[in-house]
Design a protein around this ligand. Structure first.
Ligand code: NOJ
Length: 540
């Protein structure tokens, strides 16, 4: 394949930035972020100058009408905007304003379940004979009155709730207010494909498809086997993680549906299909399709689950690179709204700097999570302020609120996120860690991200070059990226001690970026020094 830029799609070359809309910017003084807030901050994301992050796409978590039991992942209307976030006219303006700044807009699509307030489910639960009954998954109780099988809800308790009026259980793999749709029903498929077209016609550039591997279940709804490796300290009511996810996800038939979804997107130009998936590599890889006709990017969460060790990170990347067929494009995620902040997970700010360099220099599309570019840490949420159903049901240590605290814009009240008390407390460090203060500090995390993003954009090798790992030093993850004679060396020191590397076959190179943002110099590659927790990019 020629390495011409024209052969790579925007979603291969570019960087995606995830916005959790509740927490980005509030313009209506209700403590919750909104679409107008995103519009007002688009220049921060990309105003065309090197001073902005200059990301290529935003992914916005759900803004649909919703009772907000799972903060928008319980959708009661797929074709509108919740008044809390704005309206359709504001959404259209957001798309136009993002496009004007050369940013694509990806939205969340939640196909596995609706809200129990969605008119489809309101109908469905009305009677066993209702025409919408088969749009959801209803089953009779077992003879002893217990649920139809042993599946657990991801958020605790059984995955089945009895509807006493009609005497049947309905399936919900998340909270009871999120009933699972029946994707084996062609009427459901057609209705859901229409919702995709609705947003494609409004100009969105792609979808991030929520728990897409869950949409088709075993036809007989068989019991899942117990997981022999389940963590011993799981909360009592966590019935989900006690079982192997054999019959509730990754069923063969899901791939037929994904091909249909892709056909819907492919009727439009240059749209991207991203999916949320967590299964083991051989199962996960199938979501690219046999010849690339399913998802463009099944989200790859493997790196965020690794311990902070060069060896573990490299192994995860190498396994992926080896397993991917030629047509499949890699991608990496280090943070999102469901897991603790990356700074808190990987051990601190210095580690997070190395992680940022890794994410933005590996081969594949990076997704950044809002606030990670400031090094935002886990928020401290008093127990009585916990909002997340996972934290409420499974216990405070499982609350995802820690990664959803308001974006820190400046040192004013509520970090200039809102003029009133926000839905989650602003982190205590907002007076020193915010966009304004970090913009003024040339060595801040924010400026590291800006420099990395700018450098990445200028470098075909980093955007689409080959990835070649080097065996140099156990505590460092070292690789080359190269294309058409452009060669870049990335060397990441994962430990709190200096390391000396000798790069085989190389004499001199120029350090163009260090995670400490304090050196640009010619270096002898037979005696390359990395300071504690330092990552560098070297032009060869
Ligand atoms: C995955 C989403 O990322 C998460 O936030 C949500 O709670 C579940 N899916 C259910 O939709």
């Amino acid at each position: 394949m020629s390495q011409d830029k024209g052969n790579f799609q925007w979603w291969q070359r570019g960087v995606v930035y995830q916005i959790y809309p509740r927490s980005f910017k509030d313009t209506t003084a209700n403590g919750v972020g909104d679409l107008q807030g995103i519009i007002e901050k688009l220049d921060y994301l990309n105003d065309g100058s090197p001073d902005s992050l200059a990301v290529d796409a935003i992914w916005i978590s759900p803004f649909y009408p919703s009772p907000m039991v799972d903060f928008g992942y319980d959708v009661s209307d797929y074709c509108d905007v919740d008044p809390l976030f704005g309206d359709l006219a504001t959404f259209d303006r957001l798309v136009a304003e993002a496009h004007r700044r050369n940013m694509k807009v990806i939205i969340d699509w939640v196909p596995n379940h609706t809200s129990d307030q969605h008119p489809w489910f309101v109908e469905s639960r009305r009677s066993r004979e209702n025409p919408k009954r088969e749009w959801y998954i209803w089953r009779d109780p077992k003879p002893d009155g217990s649920p139809p099988n042993n599946w657990g809800s991801f958020f605790g308790g059984p995955a089945w709730t009895l509807d006493t009026e009609t005497g049947q259980y309905y399936l919900h793999q998340f909270v009871p207010e999120q009933p699972d749709l029946n994707w084996r029903n062609p009427e459901v498929r057609d209705a859901m494909f229409e919702t995709l077209r609705y947003w494609l016609d409004r100009g969105v550039d792609g979808f991030r498809m929520d728990v897409i591997g869950l949409i088709i279940k075993d036809e007989q709804l068989r019991d899942n086997p117990p997981d022999p490796d389940a963590l011993p300290d799981l909360p009592k009511n966590d019935l989900f993680h006690r079982l192997l996810q054999v019959y509730n996800m990754d069923q063969d038939e899901v791939h037929e549906v994904l091909k249909e979804i892709r056909r819907v997107l492919d009727a439009y130009e240059e749209r991207v299909a991203i999916g949320e998936l967590w299964g083991p590599l051989p199962r996960w890889i199938k979501y690219y399709g046999e010849d690339g006709d399913e998802l463009h990017l099944p989200f790859n969460f493997r790196l965020m689950r690794q311990p902070w060790q060069a060896k573990a990170m490299r192994q995860s990347v190498d396994e992926l690179e080896t397993a991917l067929p030629g047509f499949a494009w890699p991608n990496y995620v280090l943070g999102n709204h469901d897991i603790p902040r990356l700074v808190s997970r990987f051990g601190g700010q210095v580690q997070a700097r190395v992680a940022a360099m890794m994410l933005l220099t590996l081969r594949g599309t990076p997704t950044l999570y809002y606030g990670d570019e400031l090094g935002m840490e886990n928020g401290v949420i008093p127990p009585d302020k916990i909002q997340d159903p996972q934290g409420i049901n499974l216990g405070p240590e499982w609350s995802r609120d820690v990664a959803r605290t308001p974006m820190q814009w400046d040192d004013g009240s509520y970090a200039a996120f809102s003029t009133v008390e926000p839905w989650l407390p602003v982190s205590a460090d907002y007076q020193s860690q915010n966009v304004a203060s970090q913009s003024a500090d040339p060595t801040s995390m924010l400026n590291l991200y800006r420099r990395l993003l700018r450098y990445r954009r200028s470098s075909p090798a980093l955007q689409w070059g080959r990835y070649l790992p080097l065996d140099v030093e156990e505590d460092c993850f070292v690789y080359l990226r190269e294309v058409d004679g452009e060669r870049r060396l990335v060397a990441l020191n994962f430990v709190d001690e200096a390391r000396h590397l000798s790069i085989p076959g190389e004499a001199w190179g120029r350090v163009v970026l260090s995670t400490h943002l304090d050196r640009e110099e010619l270096v002898d590659l037979s005696r390359l020094q990395l300071r504690p927790y330092e990552g560098i990019i070297v032009e060869l």
